[in-house]
Ligand binder design. Structure first.
Ligand code: 13P
Ligand code: SF4
Length: 305
């Protein structure tokens, strides 16, 4: 069977079985092509609430499927590949936060959406990379514990120097390994190119960028810009996606090492198995976790608009 034939089968099966396929933009090209909704973490969260189908198949990493289930508790939510986790999401435990709160009770806990449902249970408000600056700006609080990404935390801190944002060591192992040397090397090769970067990269990588923002923000900037060349400082799928969409513009990776192996675990055949009902993993929560973990996501959507 060819890729195209398998894609056709998946499209037929999802209609037959009343399934909506959600895919993060870091998924492979062949998966994005058959998904009903493709987007960044914020878009997927917002859209998950509006899905009319009885079942959602999430092509992404574990916390994304958890978020979809928390927002659509009456639907069956299946992650297409149960091994796809986000290393950053699992860096801290609820106990770490509760210990911090014992001695710092006045701090607001702001968590990046890349966290487990257990951590969301002890979070006041969630943010995504596209909504972090806006949401933290709307909080009246000065003292904030921002987890688990110190690079995104630093980006937010720069927007509000008057706030006291505490971060812990951690972050995305993929974006976090980019260096100022990588930037220097690629900028020397493409001196005219606009540099668009994800705030999960270290501050010395983001410094001097033409745009810093989420995957959706990077895509929107590239669409609007009249420039002809762009260096893309996020997962390599975005560079590929942009190249397909705008072949008249040149998109190059900040580095080919910017590849998230977890986002690449899911294959088209996994999606096929999931829509057939013979693969993937169904996400479930007990009532207490579902209620507690949802609060900070609702707060994110309320403040993020
Ligand atoms: P976005 O919030 O831009 O979708 O990023 C998600 C992610 O996992 C980035 O590494
Ligand atoms: Fe997690 Fe980083 Fe992969 Fe995004 S790129 S899913 S933050 S490990």
């Amino acid at each position: 069977m060819t890729v195209e034939q398998l894609q056709k089968k998946i499209v037929e099966l999802k209609k037959e079985n009343d399934i909506c396929i959600l895919a993060h933009s870091y998924q492979s090209r062949e998966i994005c092509e058959i998904a009903d909704i493709v987007g960044d973490s914020f878009k997927l969260s917002v859209e998950a609430q509006k899905v009319k189908n009885r079942k959602i198949v999430m092509c992404g990493v574990h916390f994304m499927a958890e978020t979809a289930k928390l927002l659509s508790p009456d639907k069956t939510v299946v992650i297409a590949s149960d091994e796809a986790g986000c290393l950053m999401a699992e860096q801290f435990t609820p106990e770490d936060v509760l210990r911090f709160k014992e001695t710092n009770p006045n701090y607001k806990v702001v968590s990046y959406i890349n966290t487990t449902a257990a951590l969301k249970c002890v979070t006041d408000v969630c943010v995504t990379s596209s909504s972090a600056v806006e949401i933290v700006g709307k909080l009246p609080d000065r003292d904030i514990l921002f987890i688990p990404d110190p690079n995104l935390g630093d980006f937010v801190q720069k927007a509000y120097p008057e706030k006291n944002i505490v971060c812990w060591n951690g972050g995305c192992p993929v974006h976090g390994k980019m260096t100022a040397e990588d930037v220097k090397r690629i900028r020397a090769k493409f001196p005219e190119a606009k540099f668009l970067v994800h705030p999960e990269c270290p501050p010395e990588v983001c410094e001097g960028a033409d745009y810093i923002g989420s995957t959706a923000g990077i895509i929107a900037y590239a669409r609007k810009s009249d420039a002809e060349q762009f260096i893309i400082g996020t997962e390599i799928s975005i560079t590929e996606q942009l190249s397909y969409e705008m072949p008249h513009k040149r998109f190059v990776n900040l580095s080919k090492r910017l590849i998230c192996s977890d986002m690449k675990i899911t294959t088209l055949t996994d999606v096929y198995d999931a829509v057939c009902g013979r693969g993937g993993l169904e996400i479930t929560f007990d009532d207490d976790t579902a209620a507690k973990a949802r609060r900070c996501i609702d707060e994110m959507i309320r403040l993020g608009g």
